[in-house]
Design a protein around this ligand. Sequence first.
Ligand SMILES: [Zn+2]
Length: 344
Amino acid sequence: MINFKIYFKYVKLKAPPKFRIEKHRVEYREDPLTGDICRINLERAKRPHSYTSDEDVEEIESDENCAFCKKNVLEKTPRFERVMSNKEHIEYNDYLMFPNLYPFAQVHAIGVLSQKHFLPYSKITQREWENAIYTSVMFLKAQAKYSANFLYPSINFNYMMPAGASLVHPHIQIVADETPSNYTKRIIEKAREFHEKNEVNYFKELMLQDKQRGIYQTNDLWFKSKFAPSADRELLGVMLNKSSFYDMDDTDIMALSEGLVKILSAYEKTGVSSLNMSIISAPMCSDEEKNREFDFFNIIIRIIARPKLTENYTADRAFMEVLQDTPVISTMPEDLTEMMRENL
Ligand SMILES: [Zn+2]
């Protein structure tokens, strides 16, 4: 009567130091009542963190052991198992992409935004965002091109430890999975219902009807503060007339990057030192015609503020939890049962 649904997906990558092919297991569990999904990767508990002891507080300025700094990055980060253009890493100008060593999605890559170890998020330049978004979008389009089923892609940013980042060096996370995050599933369903009921695109309608909270507006993109935020200082951005990353061309990428620099710079001036961002696209697959089914949806950008940077503290909730309502778990419920029983 109650269905305890579990399924697994496997992610292959070449892991340092020897770059042998490793298969990582991601477990998906569905809540029997709500249908909400969590993802479990036991390996994630082993992630190195920039703050591991009291002496490491100065690490924020130090790049000695940082896996994302130029002198270490090729040796300390994994390589793609299936190469693109004969490369195990993807490089475009100063932007570098490689697989996440602790994946929680079928496609899960890390993109290093800058060669600078420490960089306030407002100092990431338009050019750096363009390199990052262009390469990430191309990568996701290529993944979709070979996928018969819809992939749900997003580009995500955890800036600093109170936002759940484990490393100081500024980086983004590029994810795509046939299973949408709980938030993505819900917002797409709701946008579809709104379109069916009212015969207009929700995001276009919101742009017209919510002038009061408008912050930034061009022909391609708008940002507003969210009417009913789900976290502190939440902003909602929308790419106009673009349903998925499939629709994005160079002009859109420039427009988005320009908008991000302006918004992030203003955000910092208001005193925000740590944040999460998710850029969420409609699903994409190899069939262009099928992709058009989601024209009622637009690419959205969610940004929220997190607490100020504190010594020796890393939040346990990052973009996946706070912006996509999907918990990433690193303790098995059955292990917890045993631990608790032994200690009762
Ligand atoms: Zn670094």
